[in-house]
Ligand binder design. Structure first.
Ligand code: ZN
Length: 894
């Protein structure tokens, strides 16, 4: 089941539970004025103060505590179990507001939806809602599970909200519906707790978790807001983007240990355009109140307007501004999980955006002096920031609500007046089933998508057949639509370059154009099209079809990603499949032929995947091969785990590829050919794969350093988790390929294959300075050899995601015939979206190659072919490597 299908199931659960929570009687409502009598404090329940040295809340106990608070809260608190996490733990939403508000929660939700999309709502109705409605605030805790502050702060914040009886608390309860996610990563919260407790009192106390802190994706869970592949993301995405649209959102994180104690809103430069400007002003407003309250509480080391830029990735706190939500984050200086960290004053340092030197300045007027830094220090600062957000909203309820209406209506007006006015997505796409997935991803963001039952023509003469989609920008989330569907170029100005012109690394990618990632054509239309459109109200689940008569067998279109799902399901049932290698009789290389199968199996596969089994028109005896399932091994390491490996694993599960996770010991033993045909190294550094140097946790990328919560300190990693395949492992991999195995290396791991196997390949961008060559997360134009089995089903011109990737020259040798260039970069005008500096260095260069080695081959995919399970448009490069290829003439027989 893929993420999009699974989202369907999630969709029906949350709302029903929310509604069930609103049936409180009026008797409870009258009790509002009275204080709840007995509320158990966190200290009493857990046996320690939140944030006490070397003490962590375990998620299962936290779940018990929130359920207890629900019973003791006098109607102020409702717990909603949103469903299981990927590992089966409960994912909770805690709703806190007055009993009177709880009693009319659904009506408040409906009012809120009208403010967030006021199209067709009268101004009188808006004014009534501003008077009667409540501010909705959402806060999420410890999405990055090693950043433990949030999970340990929330019980205390929640306790205060349900037990305090002062006017300030009452105002919050009366004026705010507070949606709290007390852990945005319950699986990780449990892993971090258990690992920490296991090594408490040893030399490894407070060390980094050796594996990813959730089932698949570790630190990348924030990046999952773009497509919401994971259940946790789906729960929060539905809550914020579909069911509620809160006016403000705060996500609580940790950062490195040696700068400010806590970063609070607003962000620093550069801003990302196309949001309503008021959303950035709101963040300044909340941020000022937060910082003001931190000083009032005597808490030092608070910084705002620094470190975190307004243009980040489309993670939860950075995508929300384009939902017209004041999307904010706090970042606290890390300790060693719950173990205090001593910091000498001389070790405190600036060097961050907006805090060049560690000294008193306008956005940092009260530097922390150094000394022992503790989890309690984090909990206190986070709690003040969380409370202040609720407090400001409660004090300014009508202003906040009126501005929610203004943001939504002004964005809608901007969209109506601007160019493009809309995007059209033709039903005629290279891979139409992936178009459905894109539409479903837009729906999950709460974007309105229209479908044309009869087709339409655009003013420029382009025609769109029946079933095509139309997305107008005259809707509140116009900025988001623009970024997900339209060409995007990263800002190039004084905020993104140093004075000497050197580009400053963006926080993440240079763009987030989902349509380009997915290989879907979305055409910008300069004028709105008045057509007979129908609103798409539920995720699209294509039915698939099976030809009634197919005496010669069936064909599946090899251009569909889902053809691989279908073939894997057929293989599961023992059905034989052939693959077309040469074009003939309407067949393309990469199409699949199913000579015979039980009708019920075909019907079932068609239903599950949406593919069509059409009738084969003529018998095909030449230019096909028997396609078989290959045995797949994927390298699994410790040292924090590898997010790219986790995404790959998740993708394989969704598409039905069986695989084995292979650890160092098995590789070192050798003899890999006995168990595997294909061996995969996900994006990684060579030294991390070999173990030559200790790697930072959290996979490659900024996870390790920036999070600060798992600095690379080899001494704190127990010996059994100091992974790396070593020289024996390199020899075993070499042996595997020489004996006929296929080695697939992704992204940075291509360097491992090139250097350790001595391949005749050169990375042409290695050694270039960032001033010469700098390409963060950009979609680049490529030329594809579609007759190569590794590129079957691809278009000849395509887009790939390049993120500080390598690019290659295949060096001339006496055995050039053994090597194949599968994908190369365009000769000019390479940038489709993002930020390409120095395109001449990669123009025409190799992006993907297959290099013969012994009896086997090494597949080098330099770009991000399956990045974060978002780049559907290039999945087939990887998938093709996982199924058998046609027999290849060896050079000796030629
Ligand atoms: Zn974080």
């Amino acid at each position: 089941m893929n993420g999009i299908t699974r989202r369907l199931r999630v969709a029906t659960v949350g709302l029903a539970l929310l509604l069930a929570g609103s049936g409180l009687s009026s008797r409870v409502t009258q009790a509002q004025a009275q204080a709840p009598r007995q509320v158990t404090s966190p200290e009493k329940f857990f046996g320690f103060q939140m944030g006490a040295d070397r003490k962590l809340v375990r998620w299962d106990k936290a779940v018990e505590y929130y359920r207890l608070l629900e019973r003791e809260s006098g109607g102020r608190l409702k717990v909603v179990d949103m469903g299981p996490t990927e590992m089966g733990n409960p994912f909770l939403l805690v709703i806190i507001t007055s009993p009177a508000n709880h009693a009319k929660l659904e009506s408040l939700r409906q009012m809120n939806l009208k403010l967030s999309d006021p199209r067709g709502v009268s101004e009188a109705e808006i004014k009534r809602i501003v008077a009667e409605g409540k501010v909705v605030i959402c806060q999420t805790m410890s999405m990055h599970a090693s950043e433990v502050g949030g999970v340990n702060m929330a019980p205390e914040l929640t306790y205060d909200l349900v037990s305090r009886t002062d006017a300030e608390t009452q105002r919050i309860l009366d004026n705010v519906v507070y949606l709290e996610i007390p852990s945005f990563n319950p699986d990780g919260a449990i892993m971090i707790h258990d690992y920490y407790v296991k090594y408490l009192g040893t030399e490894y106390e407070g060390g980094p978790l050796p594996w990813l802190y959730n089932k698949y994706i570790g630190h990348d869970n924030n990046r999952d807001a773009l497509t919401m592949n994971m259940r946790d993301s789906q729960y929060v995405g539905k809550l914020m983007f579909v069911d509620w649209t809160p006016q403000a959102y705060v996500d609580h994180h940790h950062m490195g240990s040696y700068g400010a104690r806590i970063f609070v809103p607003p962000y620093a430069e550069p801003v990302r355009p196309l949001a309503d400007p008021q959303v950035w002003r709101e963040m300044q407003w909340y941020g000022a109140h937060i910082a003001y309250k931190e000083e009032e509480a005597g808490l030092s080391g608070v910084m705002n307007t620094g470190q975190y830029s307004g243009w980040g990735h489309f993670g939860f706190h950075w995508i929300t501004p384009f939902h017209n939500i004041a999307g904010m984050l706090t970042e606290s200086a890390s300790v060693r999980i719950a173990t205090p960290l001593y910091i000498d004053p001389s070790q405190l340092a600036g060097g961050a955006r907006g805090l060049e030197t560690y000294k008193e300045q306008m956005n940092f007027p009260n530097p922390w002096p150094g000394g022992w830094w503790t989890l309690r220090g984090i909990v206190e600062r986070q709690k003040v920031s969380a409370w202040a957000t609720l407090d400001l909203a409660a004090r300014n309820k009508e202003t906040v609500l009126w501005n929610a209406y203004l943001k939504a209506s002004r964005q809608t007006e901007r969209g109506a007046k601007g160019k493009p006015a809309a995007y059209a997505m033709s039903a005629r796409q290279h891979d139409p089933l992936t178009l459905n997935k894109l539409v479903n991803a837009l729906l999950a963001q709460g974007i309105e998508v229209l479908r044309s039952p009869g087709g339409f023509a655009a003013p420029d003469g382009m025609t769109y057949p029946a079933g095509s989609f139309y997305v107008t920008l005259a809707q509140p989330k116009m900025g988001l639509i623009r970024y997900l569907l339209g060409e995007t170029h990263y800002m190039d100005n004084e905020h993104t370059r140093r004075p000497d012109g050197t580009p400053i690394r963006p926080y993440d990618m240079g763009q987030d154009v989902l349509a380009e990632y997915m290989g879907i054509r979305a055409d910008p239309l300069n004028e709105a099209v008045p057509g007979d459109f129908v609103k798409v109200t539920a995720p699209i689940v294509p039915a698939g079809k099976v030809a009634a008569q197919a005496p010669l067998g069936y064909v599946i279109d090899g251009r569909l990603n889902d053809s691989f799902r279908a073939v894997n399901l057929l293989w599961d049932k023992g059905v034989a499949v052939k693959r077309v290698d040469a074009a003939s009789a309407g067949l393309r290389p990469g199409d699949w032929i199913v000579p015979a199968a039980p009708p019920s199996v075909l019907a079932d596969v068609a239903r599950q995947t949406g593919v069509e089994f059409s009738a084969l028109k003529a018998a095909v005896t030449q230019g096909v091969h028997d396609a078989t399932r290959l045995r797949i091994g994927i390298y699994q390491r410790y040292r924090g785990g590898n997010m790219d490996e986790g995404w790959t694993r998740w993708l394989f599960e969704q598409w039905g590829f069986p695989f084995t996770q292979v650890y160092d010991a098995e590789i070192r033993k050798g003899g890999l050919n006995a168990k595997y045909d294909v061996f995969i190294f996900a994006d990684d550094t060579t030294s991390t794969i070999t173990g030559e140097a200790a790697a930072a946790g959290g996979g490659r990328g900024e996870g390790g350093g920036r999070g600060g919560s798992f600095a690379a300190v080899p001494d704190t990693t127990p010996p059994e988790y100091r992974s790396g395949i070593g020289n024996d492992g390199v020899a075993a991999i070499r042996d595997f390929v020489q004996k006929g195995g296929t080695l697939v290396t992704l992204g940075g791991a291509t360097d491992f294959a090139i250097t350790k196997l001595g391949l005749p390949v050169r990375n042409v961008v290695a050694g270039l300075s960032t001033k010469e060559f700098f390409v963060p997360g950009s979609t680049l134009r490529v030329k594809i050899e579609t007759t190569n089995p590794l590129a079957y089903g691809m278009p000849s011109d395509g887009l790939v995601l390049f993120h500080y990737s390598p690019a290659f020259d295949v060096v001339a040798t006496d055995f050039n015939d053994r090597n194949e260039v599968v994908v190369r970069y365009a000769d000019r005008n390479i940038e489709r979206s993002g930020w390409v500096n120095g395109e001449q260095y990669i123009a025409g260069k190799t992006a993907m190659a297959s290099i013969g080695f012994g009896q086997g081959k090494v597949v080098l995919i330099g770009f991000r072919t399956q990045n974060r399970a978002q780049t559907h448009g290039t999945y087939k490069f990887l998938f093709n490597a996982l199924v058998s290829s046609p027999a290849r003439q060896s050079s000796a027989t030629r």
